[in-house]
Write a protein that binds this ligand. Sequence first.
Ligand code: ADP
Ligand code: TRP
Length: 330
Amino acid sequence: MKIVLSGIRPTGHLHLGNYFGAVRNFVKLQDEYKCFYFIADYHSLTTHPKPEHLQENIRTVLSEYLACGLDPDKATIYIQSDVEEVAELYLLMNMNAYVGELERTTTFKEKVRKQPNNVNAGLLTYAVLMASDILIHHADYVPVGKDQEQHLEMTRRFARRFNNIYDVDYFKEPQPFNFFGKDLVKVPGLDGSGKMGKSEGNAINLTDEPEVIRKKVMKAVTDAGPKEPNSPMSEPIQNLFSILELVSTPDTVEHFRDEYNKATIRYVDLKRQLAEDIIKFTQPFREKYQQIYNDLDYLRKVRKMGKEKAKESASKTVKEVREIIGFKDF
Ligand code: ADP
Ligand code: TRP
């Protein structure tokens, strides 16, 4: 059976970008594939979180995974740092990753710009740790959003390089995967341009209360409005429509497109509808989340189950890699 794997860093609540870019794929795929879904807490150390925040965010994201419909009986759901084998594979893979190629990674260059006072080596080798996450379970498919495409390309390169250096056919080359369409998804933010993201401060979280959602949507950037019928659409308006397409019915989308094309649209109506449809879409999720978050016994049980299953597969890989590399008994 093909193997699916993905992870998300625990840096806060999941937002609509995380959901439509990644998590809804996780849910869909768990019925048909052998799936590994984890919380990338080692990765989140690159931004130096306080221990209590880290702990809290891990609990939050685990509860959110479960509230979204991930099923611990179908998929292996685990915390990255519970599987120390990942750290060993990361050490070994680092020996075959070149500083030049790591420095050229888009996400690394972005971080250098965003946190110039904390350009740590973990940021530089972020892609090596991500490759280790993926290769340790021999994943075939990795459901992620568009922003992670380059990391997957690097994972394939590291896999090929390892096979070449040791003259083996050991690691597979994992492919990005989107169950719902050909391309990977990029959900835009509400601030006119760019993607929705936690660090961008433009995200609507799955757990946001209705009033918060209304406020965020009503503040979304728009333009002066179409001057005449069939005017081209500016980026901020295209972005509102992109989100509308994800949460509203086709009829609603068509209605507002018509209004736009006739140049009779009132953005305030569009925003009101968008806010209500986001609220409706996220409601079941909000309710489940609170209940799961408060059930620590259940969360502990899920964590333990995932850890055991993930360790089994990870320790086998690390044992084999050690042998390939030449770490053997006399
Ligand atoms: P953030 O950018 O908010 O920090 P992460 O980098 O933790 O989010 O992303 C976790 C997962 O969600 C990744 O698979 C990523 O590709 C996906 N993702 C995040 N933001 C978006 C977005 N705006 N559109 C599509 N996918 C996204
Ligand atoms: N880099 C991913 C992100 O920021 C998180 C991640 C870490 C990941 N390891 C992974 C995603 C392995 C897929 C597979 O969203």
